[in-house]
Design a protein around this ligand. Sequence first.
Ligand SMILES: [Fe+2]
Length: 200
Amino acid sequence: MPTHHLGRSSFGNPANAGNLMTLEEAYQLLYDWVPNERLRLHMKQVAANMKAWAIEKENADEQAALKWELAGLLHDADWEKFPDDHCRIIIEELERRNIDPDVIHCIASHGPGYFGVEPVNQMDKMIYAIDELSGFVHAAALIRPTRYDGLEVKSVVKRLKTPSFAAQVSREDINDAVSRAAVSLEELIQFIIDHQKDVS
Ligand SMILES: [Fe+2]
């Protein structure tokens, strides 16, 4: 996979701290920019996991949880229309809209190997971990007749150890992300199953 190094580590304007968009605005952007329903579902799943993690594990208040949710919802917003400039375009759009720099930095750090931006805070680290694992868990659910129903952590772990399954998902990135976030792989997989299974 080619890298898309952003060439900078600072995003947004600190003066815009606390300046978020509404979920309605974020969904509007998503529907305008991402015609592909599968890709939209991926972003909604990452958003649901991010929001739930913020509330349940990080003790986030409503405003903080919205930051996590927005980052999840928009992290791949430019992927479909601008694959060669993935991440740069959505970052510039959010900067133009004067969005809170935490949200923009979080999006910029969702793939340190590709974008060259190190995850700094727990929100950055979790988007990196949730992003790859969310897609992987979804792939593991889709091949089962009952989908998420009865999907067990151990069967997802077994698939992770099967290199041919969802081969495009980097196991190295998953291990790197989980260790940076200091979470247990099994716990995070269970969390993702529980929080994205009903997202549509
Ligand atoms: Fe993603």
